[in-house]
Design a binder for this molecule. Structure first.
Ligand code: HPA
Length: 273
C-alpha cells in the first residue's frame, strides 16, 4: 500500500540523516550536478531507501542529496520516476511525500519540455505558470491520504505567486532571459504527433513534457508551495521539419544547464529567510 511505502521511506530518512530539509529541488535529466554544490552534502541512493520505487535501468538508480545552500536546508532529487516507466502516478510521488513527512514546505521542479509556442527556441527556459494534465494521470486517485490533505484539493494556486516572482527576480538579477507559459503533460514515452501538438497549442499549452504534474498535484494536496522550470530542449513535433530525438533533448539540456543552475541558486538565495 502506498501509505506504508511512504512511511517506510520517511522512517528510513528520519533515522539515517539529522538533516531536516524544508525545500525539495527535483533535478531533471542533465541538471543533476546542481546537487554537487550543496554544503555538508549527504548522499543517499534511492535503492537504499525502503518503499521507494526501484529504477529498472542499471546505473540510473537516482540519488537524494541533502545539504544546505544560502542557509536553506535542501533535499535535491537527482532523478525522478515517470509514469511512462510503468509506475503508477501514486508510486511516482512516494519520494516527494516521504520528504513532505520529513518537513518539506516548498518544492522547485525542473524538467525538459518541447516548445509549442512558436516564439520559443531550443535552449530557452520557461517558468511554468500553470499546467494542463492531458495525461489524465493523478497521484491522488484511490483512497485519500487524509494525513496529507483533502479529498478534493484546490489547484487554483498550484504554482505559487511568490515563488514564481522569486524565480523571475533571480532571472533578472543574473541577466537570464526567461519565458512564462503553460505546461502540458502527456504520458509518453512516444513523443507527440504533429496533430497533437497543434491541438495542444489551440488548447493553450506553451510547452509539453512527460513529468512534473503528478508531483505538483501531490504538493498542492499537502499545502506545499511549488514553482517549476522547463528547459525547452526542442521544438515540439511538426514545428520544424525534422524528427525528434532523445539525443537532441539531452544535448540542448546540457547547453542550458549552466543557466538553470544559476537560476536555481538565485531562487534559493531569494527565498532564504
Ligand atoms: N515532448 C514531450 N516531452 C518532452 C519533449 C517533447 O517534445 N521534449 C522534452 N521532453
Amino acid at each position: 500500500m502506498t501509505l506504508d511505502r511512504i512511511n517506510s521511506a520517511y522512517e528510513y530518512l528520519h533515522r539515517t540523516t539529522e538533516q531536516r530539509p524544508t525545500l525539495c529541488v527535483v533535478l531533471g535529466s542533465g541538471l543533476g550536478d546542481y546537487a554537487d554544490t550543496l554544503e555538508g552534502a549527504q548522499v543517499i541512493d534511492y535503492r537504499d531507501i525502503p518503499g521507494f520505487p526501484q529504477s529498472t535501468t542499471p546505473g540510473h538508480a537516482g540519488r537524494l542529496v541533502l545539504g544546505k545552500k544560502h542557509g536553506v536546508s535542501l533535499a535535491c532529487m537527482q532523478g525522478r520516476f515517470h509514469c511512462y516507466e510503468g509506475y503508477t502516478p501514486a508510486e511516482t510521488v512516494i519520494p516527494l511525500r516521504a520528504l513532505i513527512r520529513l518537513g518539506i514546505k516548498r518544492l522547485l521542479i525542473t524538467n525538459a519540455a518541447g516548445g509549442i509556442n512558436e516564439s520559443f527556441q531550443p535552449g530557452d527556459i520557461m517558468i511554468i505558470t500553470d499546467h494542463i494534465n492531458f495525461a489524465s494521470l493523478n497521484p491522488l486517485a484511490g483512497p485519500n491520504l487524509d494525513e496529507f490533505g483533502p479529498r478534493f484539493p484546490d489547484m487554483s494556486f498550484a504554482y505559487d505567486k511568490e515563488l514564481v516572482a522569486a524565480l523571475k527576480e533571480a532571472a533578472r538579477e543574473h541577466g537570464i532571459d526567461v519565458k512564462m507559459g503553460v505546461y502540458a503533460m502527456m504520458k509518453g514515452p512516444s513523443f507527440e504527433t504533429p496533430a497533437e501538438i497543434r491541438a495542444l497549442r489551440v488548447l493553450g499549452a506553451d510547452a509539453v513534457g512527460m513529468s512534473s504534474v503528478p508531483e505538483i498535484i501531490a504538493a498542492a494536496h499537502a499545502g506545499v508551495k511549488s514553482a517549476a522550470l522547463s528547459c525547452i530542449t526542442n521544438m515540439a513535433a511538426g514545428i520544424l521539419n525534422q524528427p525528434l530525438t532523445h539525443e537532441e533533448v539531452m544535448e540542448t539540456g546540457r547547453v542550458a544547464a549552466g543557466r538553470i543552475r544559476t537560476l536555481i541558486d538565485g531562487f534559493i538565495e531569494r527565498i532564504a529567510e
